[in-house]
Design a protein around this ligand. Sequence first.
Ligand SMILES: Nc1ncnc2c1ncn2[C@@H]1O[C@H](COP(=O)(O)OP(=O)(O)O)[C@@H](O)[C@H]1O
Ligand SMILES: [Mg+2]
Length: 258
Amino acid sequence: MGVVVSIANQKGGVGKTTITLNLGYALSKMGKKVLLVDVDPQFNLTFALIGMDVINYSDKNVGTLMTKESSIEDTIVEINQNLHLIPSHLMLASKEIEIINTYNRERRLEKALKPVFPEYDYILIDNPPSMGVFLVNSLTASDFVLIPLELSYFGVIGMQLMFNLMKMIREETNDSLRLMGIVPNKFTKQTRVPQMRLKELKELYPEAPILPTIPKSISIEKAQGEGKSIFEYEPNGKASRAFEKLAREVVRIAEGEE
Ligand SMILES: Nc1ncnc2c1ncn2[C@@H]1O[C@H](COP(=O)(O)OP(=O)(O)O)[C@@H](O)[C@H]1O
Ligand SMILES: [Mg+2]
């Protein structure tokens, strides 16, 4: 039965898309069947996986799925045998109004995904950096939240916003939502600031699990620029190993407790 994980943070540029993509690849390499869902109107994840083909999905994307204009079977794109995608699209931003005005608007994604839960081990949802109907749908459909974080002053302070939102979701639509953990991203030991922030983070939120860190790596940026995962770009590098370690920890948390 698919474990649903939202990769979320209201801050932009912290690595949500990068982590969704590379964690998805890492899990699929472990033999897990993975579905990636892109609910960000900026469709960065979709573009990374299918490039300009995105224009061909105007009537088969996460927006049309949520308004029931397309079926789940028709909306899933096969990237490889173990890795599938529900794409986002340019028109998703305009769909937002339509979805807001429909019945059961917070549960549209959950209901749409439910029929394929048994077919996947992991469903990873990449989210927009705004607290709108897509993020609420994503958290309502999820078992876990994984929060990528850049260890900056405002990054650490901003965690409170995510925790407030999770509390609201638990009260209103999904009482079993759990924090899988925080992933410190773009981590570097070249300056002392990230380690200092990491210490502050642990002091501020002692209950929040800290997952394996992802190093700051030029290969990650370059891979993304070429529309590749880090495993296709530099399979034996430090960044690939970090994502493998993160994937093992995700599996331990998600499956160890079942
Ligand atoms: N660990 C990392 N090392 C270097 N660059 C990174 C790393 N993680 C993300 N980036 C880069 O930072 C930028 C923002 O990442 P992205 O995943 O798009 O963030 P978000 O989805 O949260 O907006 C991208 O250009 C990406 O390539
Ligand atoms: Mg993104």
